[in-house]
Design a protein around this ligand. Sequence first.
Ligand code: BQF
Length: 307
Amino acid sequence: MANIIDGKAVSAQVKENIRIEAENLKKQGIEIGLAVVIVGNDPASQVYVRNKEKACEAVGFNSYKYALDENTTEQELLALIDKLNRDEKVNGILVQLPLPKHLDDKVIINNILPEKDVDAFHPVNVGKIMIGDYSFLPCTPAGVMELIKSTGTDITGKKCVVIGRSNIVGKPMAMLLLHKNGTVTICHSKTNDLPKVCSQADILVAAVGKPKIITADYIKEGAVVIDVGMDRDENGKLCGDVDFENCKDKAGYITPVPGGVGPMTIAMLMQNTLTAAKQQNGLLEGQSEKSADGKDRNMWNKLFLHT
Ligand code: BQF
């Protein structure tokens, strides 16, 4: 039986540290605010938004929820974003995805001020992630990194396989592993002999979006297996991309769904919102300088080197 990585416990620890920092900032008169915008009535999105509001409450941030009608126009949504960009009480802005079909998420995201883009989806922040200059962490990949760290696994030199090449998970995930000196392979729907590639991985990150497609034949004995999937099984029950029961005896460490990556994604969003508030209040100046090698800095140092 593999060690089961407890995402809820790790996320609780991260959030507790954030709560203490927020409490100290409050004593200096600084309150932290996150605006959450949701358009339409997608039930999964409503759950995710509620999770984000609850996390804000737990760490002592103000949350401002904007629930807009399904038929909201681009112009109306952009007007709200413009208002939030200017609102000093709002340190972070997130627009819950996916948006209804008539809205183009690229246009919307491009109009969020990069300094308030706590999802790190704006092209400016995506570019910064590529060069290893982390003002905001990509939430899900950063959560995965924290979970790997919690196992005590050193990524340097390890074979890392990421399944999935989305802009939200797969691509930034590969970057974070690369910046930690992993030897990274990105697989996708056109990859030849996926089980063979995966079964060479010391660290396997599954972000496919298909229930339980990763079985024991994809897993190297003792590997760290991280499941980013949020799928439904044949009974409509929440499950991941990894067939947990089938893989748990072969993996060295494995994340469950629920209670694995999901709670970490939310914790990292809180971390980014704290960072945004500090930056906007001029409290991160001293940390924005390069370290001697010019590579690891800011949040990166804080979160992944010596927390
Ligand atoms: C848990 C998300 C797909 C598409 C858009 C805790 C969340 C999920 C699970 C959560 C997700 C997934 C979020 C658990 C936010 C993660 O206990 O296992 C929290 O709220 N998430 C999102 O905002 O958009 C998504 C997945």
